[in-house]
Design a protein around this ligand. Structure first.
Ligand code: GTP
Length: 316
């Protein structure tokens, strides 16, 4: 049994950087086109999400309005409240911001960021920091790699004690980069991942599965995956993010169709049979879904469904 572990995740960045849109996409069944309707966040909104049973992710969406940033950085009680007990800080930079000049040490975005990581280092030195250079879709494709490299290196230099451990990602709500970055974040938060992976490897061994991908139930972020030798040959490296996105949209569309509440709507099992493959998406634990890719054939499909059913018992 996993022990109850409460972790706080801070989601920060200046106003308009894209935090609310991001959070809505990752933590509810919003699709990208619905996001513009969200109102501006004033102050701190704290919401708690349950992940994988015992893991609590507490998301603080800090408005980023100048005055508020001042108060949570300079008022010592506020500062302690916001920055203590933090497992992860996710800091969102708007790639288009005029106040993020990589050559200028006084650029406001970087000054605020370094004040924030300093407060974090004092109150939660063990925290992990992820910086997202967001809205990458606004940068021309040819320049994206270089822009990300320059911004990442400027961010790293201003990361204080987190300089060596910080991870940076380029993201956009319009493609799977957002899922990839958040998938890495979630991955870093999950305890007992090796135990889960062991059970999935056994499942790959006893079934004909080419690959099993484990998704978190609410967000459909990829938690982990195991592959057979055949699965290793799959050349599509972004398939997890694509699948995650497709299933999430599917989930959202069935809930629109049935009229149920979007975030709570769940399905038990889904399978697709084609002449080239079988695909099963089924609940594995109360908090995860397994997606299994199999060779074609009715027997393979039914055997794997049975084995999946048996595997479920090991998780409870
Ligand atoms: P506050 O609530 O004021 O703190 O801002 P925020 O950081 O939460 O930003 P919000 O999510 O409200 O997004 C601001 C604007 O950026 C909205 O118009 C979004 O549609 C847009 N936006 C968010 N993410 C992206 C992205 O990846 N690409 C593009 N092009 N626009 C984005």
């Amino acid at each position: 049994k996993q022990k109850t572990e409460k972790k706080k995740v801070l989601l920060m960045g200046r106003s308009g950087a894209g935090k609310s849109s991001m959070r809505s996409i990752i933590f509810s069944n919003y699709v990208a086109k619905d996001v513009r309707r969200l109102p501006t966040t004033i102050g701190v909104e704290s919401s708690t999400f349950k992940f994988l049973g015992n893991l609590m992710l507490n998301i603080w969406d800090c408005g980023g309005q100048g005055a508020y940033v001042e108060s949570y950085l300079h008022d010592s009680a506020e500062r302690t409240k916001v920055f203590s007990g933090v497992g992860v800080l996710i800091y969102v930079f708007d790639v288009e911001s005029r106040e993020f000049d990589t050559e200028d040490r006084n650029a406001r975005d970087l000054v605020t960021y370094s004040a924030i990581v300093k407060a974090l280092a004092e109150n939660s030195p063990q925290a992990r920091v992820f910086a997202l250079v967001h809205k990458m879709d606004l940068v021309q494709t040819d320049f994206r790699e270089q822009v990300l490299k320059d911004k990442s290196s400027a961010i790293r230099q201003r990361s204080g004690t987190f300089q060596r451990t910080i991870r940076t990602y380029g993201t956009s709500i319009w493609d799977q980069t957002l899922y990839k970055a958040w998938g890495m974040i979630v991955h870093s938060l999950i305890p007992n991942l090796d135990v889960i992976e062991g059970i999935l490897s056994d499942l790959v061994g006893i079934t004909e599965a080419e690959e099993i991908i484990l998704f978190e139930r609410t967000t459909f972020l990829t938690v982990t995956s195991v592959k057979s030798e055949i699965g290793e040959r799959n050349p599509y490296e972004d398939r997890f993010e694509r699948l995650s996105n497709i299933i999430k949209t599917f989930k959202s569309s069935i809930s629109t169709f049935t009229g149920s509440s979007t975030s709570s709507h769940q399905f038990g099992e889904l399978y697709i049979k084609t002449t080239r493959f079988n695909l099963i998406v089924a609940m594995l634990t109360t908090n995860t879904y397994a997606l299994i890719v199999l060779p074609p054939g009715e027997v393979e499909l039914q055997c794997t469904r049975l084995n999946l059913f048996i595997a479920r018992d090991q998780f409870v």
